[in-house]
Ligand binder design. Structure first.
Ligand SMILES: [Zn+2]
Length: 276
């Protein structure tokens, strides 16, 4: 392998910043579906492509393992985690609980500035979908739920929610980048109106309906990727339990551009990308 013969950069970076760079780049690659569930992460290749030290890589991988995005095993090393139907259900059940609490809190205390921020965010998201900027649109769709968490002001719940949302692409890997338009901009808009009206129960009900629809779409996308167009609910479980057919190992070349991703907001870092 060519990469194995290359020397490590002399000015390899260590410390929290380098670790965060590793974490952010891997999270971004998962969110962009550039790293498949089951893909191997080779420490030396990660060091070469990220410019981070081996120690920073290991610490970054440990953090990703703690959040369930990476699996570490003595035999296989580090691999991107895989998510089955049971985990999908657990993730969405957890999202319903956490987001219902956040929406109740926010509906009771949202200021005019909070509503203006939410309105502006939903408008940015609408424009991104309308212009066909799907990658931006998907970031904004995920960011909407994180913005609600930030505005509600519970940092612990916000952190849990961020970890759950980061795992979502692992549930719906299609291998060809074709995905449904997951997050309904219309649903977000209706949720903001309910928050603005101080109607917590409506905001919660709208969001629960929205999350269950999202869960159904993820299962349908997984079914399509595995070659079954429209799985019935009975088939969906069996389909989702099959491994993705195009799980691929990470190679340094062409996998993703570390340096381009270096300054991208890391969702794990607690930044709501695109939030203004
Ligand atoms: Zn949404």
């Amino acid at each position: 392998m060519l990469a194995a013969r290359r020397k490590l950069p002399r000015d390899v970076a260590s410390g929290p910043e380098a670790e965060q760079r590793v974490v952010s780049a891997i999270v971004e690659a998962i969110l962009d579906q550039k790293l498949a569930p089951g893909a191997r992460l080779v420490e030396r290749e990660l060091a070469l492509s990220s410019g981070a030290s081996r120690l920073a890589i290991r610490n970054g991988l440990l953090r990703l393992a703690q959040s369930g995005l990476v699996e570490l095993s003595p035999n296989k090393g580090a691999t991107i985690a895989t998510c089955g139907p049971r985990e999908a259900r657990e993730i969405f059940d957890a999202r319903v609980l956490i987001e219902s609490s956040l929406l109740t809190t926010l509906s009771e205390k949202a200021s005019e500035d909070d509503i203006a921020r939410l309105d502006a965010f939903v408008e940015d998201e609408r424009q991104a979908y309308a212009a066909g900027r799907m990658q931006d649109a998907r970031y904004l769709s995920r960011g909407f739920h994180l913005l609600i968490a930030d505005l509600a002001g519970n940092r612990v719940l916000a952190s849990f929610l961020r970890e759950l949302i980061n795992k979502q692409p692992l549930l719906s890997w299609t291998g060809n980048g074709s995905r449904s338009c997951f997050c309904g901009n219309q649903a977000h808009s209706e949720i903001v109106r309910a928050i603005a009206a101080g109607d917590a129960s409506a905001a919660v009900a709208l969001n629960v309906e929205h999350l269950r629809e999202l869960e159904r779409q993820l299962i349908a996308d997984r079914g399509k990727a595995l070659g079954v167009e429209q799985p019935s609910s009975g088939e969906a479980k069996a389909i989702a339990e099959r491994p993705p057919k195009r799980a691929r190992a990470l190679s340094t070349k062409g996998a993703f551009d570390w340096r381009a991703k270096r300054d991208a907001a890391g969702v794990l870092a607690g930044k709501t990308r695109g939030a203004r």
